[in-house]
Design a protein around this ligand. Structure first.
Ligand code: ADP
Ligand code: MG
Ligand code: MG
Length: 362
């Protein structure tokens, strides 16, 4: 509690501080719901300790977030949106006018207005939820399509699939844990698809694909859904906003919402890309994004799911070979099973490529 008094004192939240409790199901940051009393009325904020082990340059990250949310707010204002404090994250400044506070232990904190009566959905259950999430991320991107500043690359080469591929090839060669013999089929799978890894990188480099502001963590639970209406309310979790391709964001939505099996499901018969969910994602996304997407971006939407799923699978495989040093594991072979799930999804998307393309062209 001592600690929270320090945090509460550091930010300009109106009212008297009452207390904090852990909140939400995020895996990256430490998130707390804070209670304040404003003239007898209870008011809530989010106090969040940023994970500075993962994010090496928190001041740059916070500058990105500040630029993004202020631009979004302006866009919502221009569009005459009401309910502004629930449509966009609102940063509460510190007493010395900054967007974050460094505590006595060197940890970084930020404070947001709490978005009431809205929840993040951890496990997608309906195509309607997929539709709403994709619509919200599309709106997010469209608002930021004319952001006047270039954001910091807070995680350089985040989606540089070619470097991910090269790292894997090196891990196979070194085979430090003698595991390559267990994943020969997966290694062959990757090599057969090598051409995929340069596709988006090359198109970005040649200018055929535009660089845009992307969210980079487009999981369903990073859109808060209005509890009363079921509509997407607010895009949150902006730690990874960076310059990139919209295809990364759309591809990750496809990867994370079109299959409901657990991430390390060993039973391949439970893993396929559910085209109904894909269709819902496309409809929701195009409702808000079609105004700014180039024909090339649109054409590549189905491929983006395959690419991002392939990329994550590749990273699981690399980590398996390197002795599980990056992704936490609870059992031997877990990263291998995670990789297999991703590759089974890639395969399923390849089999349905034509149907996916037809949905986008409609
Ligand atoms: P992580 O990177 O750890 O996922 P998030 O920023 O997504 O961190 O926050 C974790 C959870 O806290 C979210 O899934 C959401 O439920 C809740 N949350 C975050 N910000 C707000 C907010 N401004 N209002 C209400 N809930 C929030
Ligand atoms: Mg989150
Ligand atoms: Mg996050």
């Amino acid at each position: 509690m001592e600690q929270f008094n320090e945090i509460a004192g550091a930010f300009l939240c109106p009212g008297n501080y009452l207390g904090d409790e852990p909140y939400g199901s995020g895996h990256i940051n430490d998130t707390f719901k804070a209670y304040y009393d404003v003239d007898g009325r209870e008011v809530h904020y989010i106090h969040q300790r940023v994970n500075h082990k993962i994010f090496k340059d928190v001041p740059a990250l916070m500058e990105n977030i500040g630029n993004v949310v202020r631009h979004q707010r302006k866009k919502f204002e221009e569009a005459g949106a009401n309910d502004l404090d629930r449509r966009v994250l609102t940063l509460i400044p510190t007493v010395d006018g900054k967007d974050y506070y460094v505590d006595s232990e060197g940890c970084f904190w930020r404070t947001y207005v709490f978005i009431e009566d809205a929840v993040g959905i951890d496990v997608v259950e309906t195509t309607g939820q997929a539709f709403e999430a994709a619509k919200a991320f599309g709106e997010f991107q469209s608002q930021l399509a004319n952001l006047p500043v270039r954001l910091h690359d807070t995680i350089p080469n985040f989606h540089h699939t070619r470097s991910r591929y090269d790292t894997l090839m090196q891990a196979i060669e070194e085979d430090t844990h003698g595991r390559a013999c267990n994943v020969q089929a997966e290694i062959a799978f990757v090599k057969e698809r090598e051409e995929l890894v340069d596709l988006v990188i090359d198109l970005l480099a040649s200018g055929e694909l535009p660089e845009r502001v992307t969210h980079n963590d487009t999981k369903l639970n990073n859109v808060l859904i209005d509890s009363a209406t079921g509509k997407g309310k607010c895009v949150i979790d902006l730690d990874t906003v960076m310059p990139g391709s919209v295809l990364y964001d759309f591809g990750d939505m496809v990867r994370t919402t079109t299959n409901q099996a657990v991430e390390d499901e060993p039973d391949a018969s439970k893993i396929w890309m559910d085209i109904d969910y894909f269709e819902a994602l496309v409809s929701g996304y195009l409702e808000t994004a079609s105004g700014f997407l180039t024909p090339k971006e649109k054409e590549l939407l189905p491929m983006s799911g395959r690419l991002i799923t392939f990329e994550i699978g590749l990273r699981f495989l690399t980590d398996y070979l390197q002795g599980d040093s990056y992704f936490k594991t609870h059992r031997e072979g877990q990263n291998m099973d995670r990789c297999r799930k991703q590759f089974a999804m890639v395969k399923s998307m390849e089999e349905q490529a034509e149907a996916m393309q037809a949905i986008v062209s409609r």
